[in-house]
Design a protein around this ligand. Structure first.
Ligand code: HEC
Length: 236
């Protein structure tokens, strides 16, 4: 009977070990930690690309998530080539309050709190902007104000980077309120809201207390018939 037993020769064993060790060494060479990866320092030159820029520009047409800006009017204030004259969302008390707050932060330093262009920076020498209360700007469509904030105009810097589109609209709405505030007439006040300029019939208004003639007042008090009741005392 033939018995076959596989017994590797000592030479075969040696070769197997040698192979294993060299394989391990090779694999160790493949290991690379992230901190040791080849990389370019920001904006370093790179010969690999024709334009030598290691920082690659974004591919044309790339849109960052949440920045599709598909609503043209909301982001430009334009209908075709013209400035639109409506707010792209309902004007609520919150929108106006937000507009006022943003206006006071970003615009008032030059345009002043009432919009006459007399802000503190202007008082210190910056170019004087036109007042919002001139006819040309009172008649300008609301989209015009949005456009000036978005793109700037002459000496006026743009605020697209600091103020979001939503807030630029809120500011535009608030500027409209400012304009009304300086041109309001009695007719803008709803009927029944007039502030009376004389007391109602039958009401006598005492003359203002005269501090210079205080002695007369003291005399008048001493002549009073019954002194005022003191705390805890029974009234007679
Ligand atoms: C650093 C000062 C400064 C700030 C801040 C500033 N503006 Fe102006 N703005 C100007 C100047 C100066 C002009 C005049 C520009 C010109 O005619 O060269 C102007 C002009 C304007 C005009 C009138 C454009 C016209 O047709 O005459 C509008 C509207 C306007 N700014 C809106 C704003 C709003 C809204 C803000 C706040 C988001 C703002 N500005 C913040 C300086 C400023």
């Amino acid at each position: 009977m033939l018995r076959f037993r596989h017994r590797p020769s000592s030479l075969g064993k040696l070769t197997a070990y040698a192979l294993l060790v060299s394989a391990l060494l090779l694999l160790a060479g493949c290991r690379e930690d992230m901190q040791n990866q080849p990389y370019y320092r920001p904006l370093r030159e790179n010969d690999f690309y024709a334009d030598k820029r290691s920082a690659r520009p974004i591919i044309a047409g790339t849109v960052a998530r949440g920045h599709l800006d598909a609503d043209t009017y909301f982001y430009t204030g334009k209908v075709g080539n013209n400035d639109g004259d409506y707010l792209p969302f309902p004007v609520t008390a919150e929108v106006m309050a937000r507009g006022q707050q943003r206006y006071n932060i970003y615009c008032a330093p030059c345009h002043s709190l009432v919009g006459d262009g007399n802000g503190m920076i202007v008082q210190r020498g910056y170019r004087h902007p036109p007042s919002y209360h001139i006819d040309r700007l009172r008649k300008a469509p609301i989209g015009y104000f949005f456009d000036v904030m978005t793109n700037g105009l002459g000496a006026m810097p743009d605020y697209a980077g600091q103020v979001s589109a939503q807030d630029r609209w809120a500011i535009a709405a608030y500027i409209r309120a400012l304009q009304l505030s300086q041109h309001a007439t009695e007719a803008d006040v709803p009927a029944g809201q007039q502030i009376a300029s004389a007391p109602p019939a039958g009401v006598t208004i005492m003359p203002a207390y005269d501090t210079q003639g205080a002695t007369t007042a003291v005399k008048a008090a001493s002549q009073a018939e019954a002194p005022p009741a003191k705390g805890g005392e029974q009234k007679k």
